[in-house]
Structure formats: C-alpha cells, structure tokens
Design a protein around this ligand. Structure first.
Ligand code: GMT
Length: 376
C-alpha cells in the first residue's frame, strides 16, 4: 500500500506517533510518504520505502500570515498524483484534516478518490480546536474524513462532547515498540547525572502551560527534602525560562538539570527512577508510556487518557490536578526502598507492554483496508 502521512515534524507526541507508525508500516513493506514542513525529528530515512516531501511556504509581503494550509493541500495533490498514493493519514486535526479535505476535493475534480484517515491527538480537540475561532472548520474536517480515530477512550468522549460529530470515532491507542526496550541497559551511565545514593527524577514535555511545569518543580522540591535526588528536565517551550527561575528561587539550581530537546530519550529514561507528569490535560500521555517501557514508574494527574496508561498503585500513582502534596508523598512511597522501586519499575514495564506496536499497527492497517474497500 502507498500511504501519505501528514504530521507535525516536532518533538510533540502526535509527530512522534505518526513517525513511528510510518516507520513500522515501511518495515511491513508499505511505501510511506511523509508530507510536512521539516523532516520529522524521529525519522532517519534509512529505508528505501520511506520518503519525505517538504512543504514550502514562499514568503510574500502581502501576506500577514503565510498560508500553510494552501501550500500543504497543493503539495498533497501533487504528491498523491505523482506517487499514486492509496491512502492519506493525517495526524492532528488542525490544519491537517482541513488541508487534507481540500486536497481530496481537488483530486476528485480529476477523477481521483483518495480516502482520508484523521487521527485526533489531544490539544487539537481539547484546547486549540475547541476555540470558537477554529471550531466550525475542525468540526467540518472531522465530519468529512473517511475514518476518524482518537488515541484514547477519553479523547473520543471529549470529541463527542465538545463537537457536533456525525462520524463514528474508532479508538486506536498510541503504542511503543517493546522489542526496542526489552533489553534493559544495566550500564546507564547514571553516575554522569547523580551520586550513587541519589534517585533520578525526570520530566519530558514541550514545556507548555498545560504541562504545569511549576508543579513538576514543586513536587520535586518536596521529594528531595526526604529522598536525596536530582531532577532532569527534558524539552523546551515557553515555560522553560520561568521554570529555571523558580528552580533558582528554591535554591535547587544544583539539583535540577535542564537539558533542552533531546533525541536521546531512551538513554535518559534508562537512568531515571521516577517520571513526573502533572499535566492539566493529557489525551494519552505518550511521554508516560515511553517512561514506563523504560521501567520508569509515573506520578501523574488523573486527567484525560492518563488513567488508561498509568495504573494507580501499579505502574505509579494518579492524583487530582494541582495536588502536589499527594504527588510528592506518592513519589516518596515509590522511591523510599529499592524493593518498592523495583516492584513499580517492573509493573511499569508490564503495563506499557500492553501498548506494543505489534498490537496497534494492524489496527491501522485494518482501517486502511476497510476504507479502501468502501471508496472503491
Ligand atoms: O502534549 C502536547 O502538548 C503535544 C501533543 C501533540 O499533539 O503533539 O500531544 C498530544 O498528543 C500526544 C500523542 O497522541 C498525546 O500523548 C498527548 O497526551 C497529547 N497532549 C495533550 O492532550 C495535552
């Protein structure tokens, strides 16, 4: 099958999922074409059935806003025609489903019927897409996709509650490649980050308001008073600077390491003991799943799809948004003894294994095949 994938090429979860899906499909001998404005960060293009097509938006002084959707839909039309693409899979509704719909209509004029699968990821529904400025366009593009999927039951419920959706939404959860992780490194070079008696806590995100970065720092502050530890902050975004300031104010600068964006997530998680994800919203929590597959238990909020991933008292603990006291106490409970920590580490890995890529990619392939049969 020839599959075109549209996604954000950044470190965000939707781009990561789209890229890993494309790589997995290419390994199954499908021809995969990524169409986006940069090469996706997790894509190394080593396979001959993976292609990347860059969307360029030429600057023109008349435009106050450069028209990315227009450039993307034109690129889609050209690529779909040139490579005889069978199916279009867009990740994140804004503006990808909208541009995909326009491409579909343009191709229809030429007698080409391209089915479009739209995968909803989270903020495209719960935060940005829900804004009245975007809502009519988002509703329209979801209703005009051939197949709609969401990454969790919770996101499906949110979509049906917030939008007037006439389409069936299929839940296809995010996934992880267990084969990449079932050999747990023993030489994690943790001594580069912490002294032998210290625990290592980690947070990975795009440092946006929704991640409640202050809570990460405040939870750590409470934990480190009881358990000698370090906190590694991975990622970048608008909340990074205020977080560095807060760390300084709390006299934690020597205990909190801000690493910025990284392609070495597995190496960092390899020496981590606990993952903190106190988000205000999280439709799935791919970062938590990546931690868990690396044997790292998770302290998170109980919002959105997080309870579908992180099992309370098993792979970590769940608390209400902002309950930093409880989150810190739960963290201490896990970190207190090696015995308890090892039990949670093992559980985290076992829970994450339920989201193995080999269970999930066939679900997408089945949807592609059913859709192709319907539109023929
Ligand atoms: O978390 C973000 O802000 C990034 C965003 C994205 O689209 O890249 O993540 C969303 O999609 C991920 C992949 O499906 C989910 O794991 C995240 O939970 C979801 N983020 C939110 O709902 C806030």
């Amino acid at each position: 099958m020839k599959i075109a994938i549209v996604c954000y090429p950044t470190f965000g979860g939707s781009g990561v999922v789209a890229t890993e899906l494309g790589i997995a499909l290419a390994k199954l001998n499908h021809e995969v074409h990524f169409i986006t404005y940069n090469q996706p960060v997790r894509l190394d293009l080593l396979s001959n059935n993976i292609h990347f097509h860059e969307v360029n938006v030429p600057e023109y002084p008349l435009f106050h806003y450069q028209p990315y959707e227009l450039a993307l839909s034109s690129k889609l039309v050209n690529t779909i025609k040139e490579f005889k693409i069978d199916i279009l899979h867009v990740h994140y509704a804004i503006p990808h489903a909208y541009a995909g719909y326009m491409a579909k209509q343009m191709l229809k004029e030429e007698g080409i019927n391209i089915p479009m699968v739209t995968t909803l990821h989270g903020t495209d529904i719960t935060l940005v897409g829900n804004h009245q400025f975007y809502k009519p366009a988002v509703t329209f593009s979801i209703n005009n996709s051939d197949v709609v999927t969401s990454v969790s039951e919770s996101l499906k419920e949110d979509t049906l509650r917030l939008f007037n959706i006439k389409k069936d939404i299929k839940v296809v959860p995010n996934f992880i490649d267990i084969n990449k992780h079932n050999v747990h490194f023993t030489d994690c070079k943790r001594d580069l980050m912490a002294a032998p008696h210290e625990r290592i806590l980690t947070h990975i995100s795009n440092f946006r308001k929704v991640k409640r970065i202050d809570d990460v720092i405040n939870i750590f502050n409470k934990i480190q008073k009881t358990i000698p530890s370090k906190l590694i902050m991975v990622g970048d975004g608008p909340e990074r600077e205020p977080a560095e300031k807060l760390a300084k104010e709390l006299n934690l600068s020597d205990k909190i390491i801000f690493l910025g964006n990284s392609n070495e997530i597995d190496k960092i998680l390899c020496f981590s003991d606990l993952f903190l994800l106190p988000s205000e919203r999280e439709s799935f929590g791919l970062a938590a799943l990546e931690a868990m597959i690396n044997h790292v238990p998770v302290i998170s909020t109980n919002v959105g799809g997080l309870p579908e991933v992180n099992k309370d008292g098993v792979s970590g603990y769940l608390s209400d948004i902002g309950n930093i006291n409880e989150m810190a106490l739960n963290g201490i409970k896990i970190l207190e003894t090696d015995e308890k920590l090892n039990e949670f580490k093992e559980n985290a890995f076992n829970e994450a294994s339920k989201f193995d890529i080999h269970q999930v990619v066939p679900q997408y392939l089945k949807l592609y095949n059913e859709t192709l049969l319907k539109v023929e």
